[in-house]
Ligand binder design. Structure first.
Ligand code: KG4
Ligand code: ZN
Length: 338
C-alpha cells in the first residue's frame, strides 16, 4: 500500500526555531523553541537570533521526529522557510534543510513565510477550511497585508503597509508603555479591563487598501509624553485604558481596510493569519462583524498564528503535490515577494 507523504518542515525566519512533521494535511508534531534572550534588549537582536538557531535546530528537529513517532527514514521531503525574514536566521534553517535533503536523498522545498501563515488554515484539524477565492488579512511583526488567495500556490497582495506592520505598532506602543517585548500579547491582556474610548489617537489617511501605522505611534508617544509631564504616574494609573485605546485604534485601522477590500472584490470568505491574528479583541470584533454582515470567517488556532513550522509544512505539502522542488543552489532571501 502506498502511504501518504510525510514532510519535515523547518521555520527559522525570526527568533523562533521550529520543526514540524506533517502527514498528508495532519500535523504529527510541531515543536517551537522561543528565544528568551531578546526580551532583555526590547527587540530581536539578529546576531543573537542566528546563534540561538544554531544551538536549537538539531535538538528541535530530533524532538519533532520523536514526538511524531516516526524515524528519519520515514520522511519524504524537507521544507524550509526561504524568506522573508532575518537573513542570518534564514541561513541557519536553509543550510540545515539543504544538508538534510542531500544526506537523506529527499526533495527540498522552499516556502515563503507569509504564504505559510495563510496556508495554516489548511492544516487538517477537522474544522471547515476557507473556500477559494478568499481574502486573508495577514498581520505579523514584519507584515500587514490583505491577500487575495485564489489557490494554495496562487495569491496576490492587494493591500500592504506603507511603514510599520500591525505587530510593530503593538510592540512599539508597548515599548513606550514600558511593557516587555514582544508587547502585543501584553497590550491584549491589559486591554481586557480598559475603556477603548478613554484616549483618542490620530487616524491615518492612506489611499486604497494600504495601511499606515507610523502616525499612530507618534500620536501615542505625544499623548504619553504630555500625560507624564502632568503626572509622573500617568502610565501606571491609566495602563488598562491606554492599552485598550491603542488596541482599539490598531484593530479599527485593520478592519476598515478589510471591509473596503470586501466591498471592492465582492469576496465574503475571510481569513486572518500571522501573530497579530492571536489578538483577542480583533478576533471578537471580526467575529461580530462577520455575523452581522454574513461573512464566512476562518480564524486559525492560536498555536498556528505566531511563527511555527506546521504552517511551513502545510505550504510545503502543496508544493510537494505540484512537484515544485528547490535546488541545492537555492538561497534564502530577507525580502521575498509571493
Ligand atoms: O507572525 P509572528 O509570530 O512573527 C512574524 O512573522 O513577525 O508575529 C509576531 C507579532 C509580534 O509583533 C507580536 O507582538 C504580535 O505578533 N502578537 C500579538 C499578539 N500575539 C502576538 N499582537 C497583538 N495581540 C496578541 N495577542
Ligand atoms: Zn510570521
Amino acid at each position: 500500500m502506498i502511504r501518504t507523504p510525510i514532510i519535515l518542515a523547518i521555520e527559522s525566519s525570526c527568533d523562533d526555531t521550529s520543526a514540524a512533521i506533517l502527514q498528508e494535511r495532519k500535523i504529527l508534531s510541531n515543536i517551537v523553541a522561543n528565544q528568551e534572550v531578546h526580551s532583555l534588549y526590547g527587540g530581536v537582536v539578529p546576531e543573537l537570533a542566528s546563534r540561538a538557531h544554531q544551538q536549537n535546530i538539531i535538538p528541535v528537529v530530533e524532538m519533532a521526529i520523536k514526538a511524531a513517532n516516526i524515524t528519519k527514514n520515514d520522511i519524504d521531503a524537507i521544507a524550509f522557510t526561504k524568506g522573508p525574514g532575518l537573513l542570518g536566521s534564514l541561513l541557519v534553517g536553509s543550510s540545515f534543510a539543504k544538508s538534510y535533503a542531500m544526506g537523506m536523498d529527499i526533495p527540498l522545498i522552499a516556502v515563503n513565510h507569509m504564504q505559510g501563515h495563510i496556508l495554516s488554515h489548511f492544516i487538517d484539524e477537522g474544522d471547515e477550511m476557507p473556500k477559494f477565492p478568499f481574502l486573508c488579512l495577514t498581520i505579523s511583526g514584519g507584515h500587514t497585508q490583505i491577500v487575495k488567495v485564489d489557490s494554495p500556490n496562487k495569491m496576490k497582495v492587494i493591500g500592504t503597509t506603507l511603514d510599520d506592520a500591525a505587530g510593530e505598532a503593538f510592540d512599539k506602543s508597548a515599548k513606550i508603555l514600558g511593557l516587555p517585548y514582544p508587547g502585543g500579547p501584553f497590550i491584549d491582556k491589559y486591554s481586557r479591563k480598559g475603556n477603548i474610548h478613554a484616549f483618542e489617537f490620530g487616524k491615518p489617511k492612506v489611499k486604497q487598501l494600504d495601511f499606515s501605522f507610523s502616525g499612530l505611534k507618534t500620536s501615542i508617544l505625544r499623548l504619553i509624553q504630555k500625560g507624564i509631564a502632568e503626572n509622573p504616574n500617568f502610565i501606571t494609573e491609566h495602563l488598562e485604558d491606554l492599552c485598550a485605546s491603542i488596541q482599539y485604534s490598531i484593530v479599527s485601522i485593520l478592519l476598515k481596510k478589510l471591509e473596503k477590500a470586501i466591498i471592492q472584490t465582492g469576496i465574503k470568505e475571510l481569513a486572518i493569519a500571522g501573530g497579530v491574528a492571536a489578538n483577542s479583541y480583533l478576533r471578537s470584533e471580526l467575529g461580530e462583524l462577520a455575523k452581522k454582515k454574513r461573512y464566512q470567517l476562518y480564524i486559525p488556532k492560536f498555536e498556528y498564528c505566531t511563527d511555527n513550522a506546521a504552517m511551513i509544512a502545510i505550504a510545503g505539502y502543496f508544493k510537494y503535490l505540484d512537484k515544485d522542488f528547490a535546488q541545492q543552489s537555492e538561497t534564502p532571501s530577507a525580502r521575498l515577494p509571493f
